[in-house]
Design a protein around this ligand. Structure first.
Ligand code: FES
Length: 147
């Protein structure tokens, strides 16, 4: 865990969640959101920032309670000017560009399934590039021989 002390210094309550229960409650972030909602029915906004699957789960946890949920999206971006369309995100019946319209959106409107498919589009190329990097990156050699 890192920055737990920093969060506790500025928050009324911190709910830690770990997959294996090694710190805080055993469960996902969405389980922590559900716990917070059960304890504080007056929550009027949730902000979820992290992996898409986590933000989707948080949005689904808050949807039945009609709690406004802001998510911060990180689609593939190319030009960052709203011209290439690489970062498009489906929100209900509309399409937005995360680079100029976001990156923060209403989590209850985001088409997470579409976005997750789009983020996996270059998975094979990323794998090849990572392998190539691990075989040829000179930084690794320099770090190993540094005094
Ligand atoms: S990165 Fe090109 S439109 Fe957003």
């Amino acid at each position: 865990m890192f920055w737990e002390d920093r969060f506790r210094a500025v928050c009324d309550e911190v709910i830690l969640c770990t997959d294996d229960g090694s710190a805080g409650m055993k469960g996902f972030v969405s389980d922590g959101v559900e716990r917070a909602i059960a304890a504080h029915p007056d929550i009027d906004e949730v902000v979820a920032i992290g992996p898409l699957i986590m933000m989707k789960a948080c949005a689904e946890a808050t949807r039945p309670h009609r709690i406004h949920t802001t998510v911060s999206l990180n689609p593939i971006m190319v030009d960052g000017t709203g011209m290439c369309g690489g970062c498009r995100v489906k929100l209900g019946d509309t399409v937005k560009f995360a680079c100029v319209d976001g990156p923060d959106f209403d989590g209850h409107l985001v088409d997470f399934e579409d976005l997750m498919v789009r983020l996996r589009r270059y998975a094979n190329e990323e794998k090849v590039a990572t392998e190539r990097w691990s075989e040829t990156c000179r930084m690794r050699t320099l770090a190993a021989t540094a005094p």
